[in-house]
Design a protein around this ligand. Structure first.
Ligand code: ZN
Length: 184
């Protein structure tokens, strides 16, 4: 039997989940449960994550990349040369229900997170938490991505994503002014 090293998992009591400190994967659990049942879950989780390593962060884009916004309404696009700002814009715009795909090579830039897990994905993809990213004051960078929003053709749906993109960009710039008095 391999040696179990559960040191890199910890119990996030209020959120009732196990979290791997290496890859950021989480597993919810429900209390109350028999103690032996919980020990089993913890050992299984520790075993599963015994070999895992921090994932390689996604490479930078290095050039202006246009992305198709994967959504159920209209065909539309956004562009940026900063992968993280592009993804943050996608998260704000779709509240995690829209994805982003590069129009250049069709690669997925931002997945859709209808059932959650985007925080874990962020940690895996960028090597730090989303909150740590927002601490770097990226508001203007994200707003600039939202400024590039365009529809492929005249809007057909009542869901005006373009209008919401403007609203999000305005909100980010307003927030930046309030919080750290950025000159925009
Ligand atoms: Zn792990």
């Amino acid at each position: 039997m391999p040696e179990i090293k559960p040191d890199f998992t910890y119990l996030n009591a209020p959120k009732q989940r196990l979290e791997c400190g290496r890859c950021g994967a989480t597993q919810p659990y429900k209390l109350p449960m028999p103690c032996d049942g919980f020990a089993k879950i913890m050992i299984e989780f520790a075993r599963k994550h015994q070999e895992c390593r921090p994932p390689q962060p996604a490479p930078p884009l290095n050039e202006m990349t246009e992305c198709k916004i994967i959504n159920p309404s209209d065909e539309c696009f956004m562009a940026g040369d900063d992968r993280e700002a592009l993804c943050a814009a996608g998260v704000f715009l779709g509240r995690c229900a829209y994805g982003l795909k590069s129009t250049k090579d069709g690669s997925e830039v931002l997945p859709i997170f209808i059932t959650g897990g985007w925080n874990e994905w962020w940690l895996k993809t960028f090597g730090h938490k989303f909150e740590d990213y927002t601490d770097t004051k990226p508001h203007e960078k994200i707003a600039k991505v939202l400024d590039t929003f365009r529809y492929a053709r005249e809007r057909g749906s009542i869901n005006d994503i373009g209008k919401f993109a403007k609203h999000c960009a305005e909100g980010l710039r307003r927030r930046a002014k309030e919080v750290f008095d950025a000159t925009v």
